[in-house]
Each structure stands twice: as structure tokens, then as C-alpha cells.
Design a protein around this ligand. Sequence first.
Ligand code: VG1
Ligand code: CO
Length: 547
Amino acid sequence: MSATVQQISLATPFSDQKPGTSGLRKSSRQFEIPHYLESFIEASLRVLPGVAGGTLVVGGDGRYGNRRAIGVIARMAAAHGVARLITTTDGILSTPAASNLIRQHGAIGGVILSASHNPGGPDGDFGVKINGANGGPAPESITDAIHAVTRSLDGYRILDGVADLNLEQPGSQRLGELAVEVIDGVDAYVALMQKLFDFDAIGDLLRGDFPMAFDAMHAVTGPYARRILEDLLGAPAGSVRNGTPLEDFGGGHPDPNLTYAHDLAELLLGSDTYRFGAACDGDGDRNMILGTRCFVNPSDSLAVLTANASLVPGYAEGLAGVARSMPTSAAVDVVAKELGIPCFETPTGWKFFGNLLDAGRITLCGEESFGTGSNHIREKDGLWAVLFWLNILARRREPVSRIMAEHWSRFGRHYYSRHDYEAIPTEAAHGLYDRMKAMQPALVGQAFAGRMIATADDFAYTDPVEGSLTAGQGLRLLLDDGSRAVLRLSGTGTQGATLRVYLESYVPPGGDLSQDPQAALAELIGAIDALAEIRQRTGMDRPTVIT
Ligand code: VG1
Ligand code: CO
């Protein structure tokens, strides 16, 4: 066998390779269409700066298609003159661990194979995320350029006549001129966590009377969580559940929320057995935090981490600032104000935090969609958030529910909920959205849920670092008492459209802080349904998922 670069022609370019909120996400079947994956990789290798002679990191969440894609990407990287490709045993690499490897190895970027929290398997979804040299999701300038290349692509280059990659164990291989290094995908990540958190204090907590349950949902975090929580921190064997990554995630939906991580939620919310519970998503960048009979809303979680950062070694010196995505509740804003640090509001998606992190303007950031992270990498990080909480709990030695109650009594409570209407017909979704958008100018000054609409707009963001403008990021109704209702169409779904409705209402300290969020938000929920004609236009009686 001799390695030769093949030039494959494409009769017609693919017209649907536009990356969404988080990379190119399609059904596994679609990625099996001949040349489909190759087209997107070719475009990415043409657009990413520094490909010839550079280092590339490749790995994924272990879903169906992961290994095949790594093989294809390696052969294409070789044909494009990449000098070094770093991948991992069995191709298992969480999104945060990939971000760390890109930064550590001075790579030009990475290719992360995941459709995150979407189901996997032959009938599930697959995805390709392109990250840049800072370790974060490629900015829109890059993803737009990739999309443009795919639309007029007439062929691609791939190395032929080489043996399949051996991903069984760490070691070095060559594909033509390309040096391939297979490394353990967990080691470097664990070392990073040990630098940030007080492993002695957390170990004391977990070895004591502190039963906890971590649900890896048969996805990528299993090997990371077992090593960290059980092997290093001494949590009893079995604390990590569903810890073996499966190609179809055991048929589940690896989305850590109350609907899809239902078993874990039952364990924590329906009994007194466990003191702490957590779950991560398919690619390990999301987290859900639970205490005994207590669900921590992700927006609140960011606020609690910010308020307690001085208890954690990696953040004890203070925070430069914080950021949250627009739909995320303003709970963290209140904490930032008290700490006297800046708080930024960005569009949805982690790429917008990257510039702020690179410029040293923020230290912590997060989204309402179970994503929290910091300047340690350039992605959200599920296990990092779990360790942050455990570090706080190890120092405060209080139940999660008491930490929440104390937080609210000090800062007030942002009642918050997200209602998702999944897989609705695309036309119905756009009809609803466009109608609302057109109505917005006339809404200012109108009554809404017993309040008055003060502002009605489509969120636009000017990047404070580079000055670029990103418009069309979500329809906002801001009410005169600080409450909000926001509508967005998802950029990560693969079936029809997903409408997200975000609701928020603030009760200051001294007010009624122990209501059920759905009850506290009932008026807003009813009002937005009536105004946007949600039930009528989607034909759905209730949301698919309520968080
Ligand atoms: C969703 C979330 C968003 C998150 C994105 C990627 O996007 O709402 O906050 O950044 O998923 O997360 P959308 O467009 O569907 O609302 V992940 O875990 O897929 O990298
Ligand atoms: Co994810």
C-alpha cells in the first residue's frame, strides 16, 4: 500500500451545510450520504487558518459515526498538509477536554464530533463542531466562510492507500506525512481540574456521609466522572451511573434536564437518599445540579458560583467579570453588582463568550440551558460545574436547598422558566415568530400580564472586544417591573423547528421567595400564549419540555 492523495469530484455541492448555534448538526443518516461529511471537512480545512504544518485535535462523544469520522478527518488532514493530529483512545473526548487539548498543544483548532444533547445512533443525530486556536467554537466569520465554501465546492482531497487508524490504545502512528498521536483523553482534563479545585476538601466530603449520584447518561462524561469522583475523590463505587459511553446512549436523550434525566431527578427530588445529584449531556459541556428535594435552576447556579467563587482555589483571587446569554435570568447580574464587577449580556451560544474570555474581561459565564464555564477553557464545562458545586459544599457543609434559600434571601429571587415546543412544523414556527416580530413596535406601552410593556425588540449584540454586530437574537418583551418574556427559535434542532419561550420575574429580598416557579410565572405564561397564539399556532397543548 502506498499513500496517495486522491482528488474526489463532487457533481453537485451540498446546499444545507450551514452551522447552527453549535456546529453542523444533522441526522446520522444524512452524514452517511456519500461525500456529505467530507464536504464539510474540506470547507473547514480550507477556511481554518494555519492548516498546513499545523496541529489539529479531533475526537468526539462516542456516538455512532464517531470512529468513522475520525478516520475520514485524519486522511483529509493528511491530504491538506496538517503536520500533527491529536486524537484519543476510542475517539472519546468531551467538548471541554477538547478545548483544553487545543490550548495545551498550541493547535490551530479542533474538530469535535457530537450533536451534544441530541439522541445518537443510526436513527439519531450526528454533528461536527469546528473550534479555533483559542479552544472555543469558531466565530461566525469562520462558520459563515465554511458555509460559503460548501455551497460551491467541486471536490475534496483525501489520502488513500493507508491503514485504518488504531484507536485502541495510546501511541504514535503515521498517515503519509501526518503524525497521529493517540492519547488518553481524560488525563490532561483531570490535571486541569486538580489545579482549580480543592481535591482534599472535596475528597473529605465524598468519603464521609455524603451519598451522591452522578448520571453520565451513557455519554462521554462516564470515564471522566469515574476517574475524578470515584478513583480520585473517593466517592463510593456506583456513584457514577450509566458511566459507559454507548453509541446510541442506551437509546436515551443525553440532555440533563428534568424531563430527559428523569431517573436522576426522581432519586433526588422524590427521596432523601442522596445529598447531591448531577448529570451531564452527550458531549460533557452541560450540567444539571440537584440537592435533596431541590432542583437548581441553571441561571441560579451561575449566580451561586459567582457569589461563592472565593471559596474555590482557582477563583479565590477574584473575578474580572461575568457574562450570561440574553435569555438567561438576571440572577448573576445582581451578584455582579454587589461584587462591583462588570456583567455582560451576549447572544445564545458559547462562541460569544470567547472574545470576552480571551480579552480577560470575564472569568465566569453561563447560559440558562445548563451551561456554565470559566476562563480555564473556551467551552462550557459540565464536570467543572459539578466540581465547583462540590467545592462550595465541602467548604460550607450545608444542604443545597439551604444554600439556595440563603442566596435568595440575600439577593432576591429570579423566578425563571423555559418552555420548549419541539419538532413543530417549520412554517408554523416561522409564522408565529414573524407575526410577533412585526407586532412588536405597537406593543410598547400596552398592558401585559398586569404590567406594562416597556421595551419590545429583537436582541442585537455589539461585541465589546471586536465591535462586530450580531442581530436577530431573540424577541424580547421587557416589562416595567423588570419581568421578561422572550421568544427564540432553536439553532440546534434537527426535526422541524423548536420554539423556546423564556419567562422571568424578580422578587426582591423580603418578598415571597418560596413559590413554585410555574405558579409565580403563571400570569406571564398565560399572557405570552395569548399574545403569540402559541397553543393555537403550534397545535400543542403544552410544551414538550419545561425547565
Ligand atoms: C441550545 C441552547 C444554547 C446552547 C446550545 C448549544 O441552543 O439553548 O444555550 O449554547 O444549545 O449547546 P438552541 O439554539 O437550540 O437554543 V450544546 O450542549 O449543543 O453544545
Ligand atoms: Co453539549
